[in-house]
Design a protein around this ligand. Structure first.
Ligand code: RP5
Ligand code: MG
Ligand code: MG
Length: 278
């Protein structure tokens, strides 16, 4: 079940948009609740945006649910979701709010999360060993999100028709390397960076319990891990926050590191697999 998308207030709206509150047992759609009738909210700022769907009541909007709909992937990683009164239903269950909130798509909103790691070193050479655990320390590239003020993986939405592999690299470069502004050093190292992003491992594919989810719109992601074992690639990647990121850093991975809950779960899996300090 989800919890982040059942907070009392829908995020970033000065506590003006309320979610209906209910117990965990009422989350699944198959648990009967005949009077369930939450508020309906679609954020005005997304209306008319080129990356957003039209309104569900627009007669010219006829999406192909559970399918690849032209350039838009409306399939879920989870299940064939149901559609009720023309609206797709969140595959995990009720969120206490209908509409699509801040999300551009009705139904699944596909994102990609690039997890870039290296070993912590002394200077650029020796790999450090943690004095307590006697294990190597993993570091990952984390960004501070401008919207929520949380540290997170530099992920973002898959553009229509875009391959997920391209989204992973593009979002990393935009948010963690500020590629939206011209950078000589990114251009100079383009080949190294491209080949680094050719070798990733899927960590997770599926639903994200994101605070922006609603009953009719939700985020799903592909999280992929790119590890720079010898430190040669990340040594040449210049970090600089860009787009919706306000800060970027190499963050040490340990059990009390600060990262949004969903992304922290991905990293703990990676740390266990690489037997790194935790
Ligand atoms: C998270 O929101 C996903 O895991 C992904 O990191 C991100 C995508 O949204 P934007 O960064 O485009 O706002 O839940
Ligand atoms: Mg982005
Ligand atoms: Mg983003």
């Amino acid at each position: 079940i989800h919890v982040n998308c059942r907070s009392l207030h829908y995020p970033f709206h000065n506590n003006t948009v309320k979610r209906l509150q209910f117990s965990d047992s009422l989350v699944p759609w198959n648990v009967g609740w005949p009077d369930y009738n939450p508020d309906d909210f679609t954020a005005p700022i997304i209306l008319g945006k080129p990356w957003a769907d039209r309104d569900i009541s627009d007669p010219t909007f006829s999406p192909k649910w559970n399918s690849i709909d032209g350039h838009v992937n409306r399939q879920s990683f989870m299940i064939n979701y149901s559609v009720k009164d023309k609206r797709p239903l969140n595959p995990v269950g009720r969120t206490g709010l209908s509409g699509r909130g801040l999300l551009g798509r009705w139904g699944p909103n596909h994102a990609a999360d690039p997890i870039v790691t290296r070993w912590k070193r002394k200077g650029s050479r020796d790999v450090l060993i943690h004095p307590k655990s006697q294990k190597k320390i993993l570091q990952l590239v984390a960004i501070l999100r401008g919207d929520s003020g949380e540290w997170a993986v530099p992920g973002g939405m898959v553009d229509p028709g875009e391959e997920v592999a391209d989204t992973l690299k593009r979002e990393f470069l935009e948010e963690a390397c500020n590629s939206l502004e011209k950078s000589d050093s990114l251009e100079e190292h383009k080949e190294i960076i491209d080949s680094f992003f050719d070798n990733g491992e899927v960590v997770y594919e599926g639903y994200v319990d994101d605070p922006r989810n609603t009953d009719n719109a939700w985020i799903e992601t592909v999280a992929m891990h790119f590890h720079d074992d010898d430190g040669n690639t990340t040594g040449v990647i210049p970090l600089q926050a860009g787009d919706d990121a306000v800060s970027v850093c190499w963050m040490d991975v340990s059990r009390d590191f600060q990262l949004n809950a969903m992304h922290a779960g991905f990293i703990s899996k990676i740390a266990a697999k690489h037997n790194s300090h935790w």
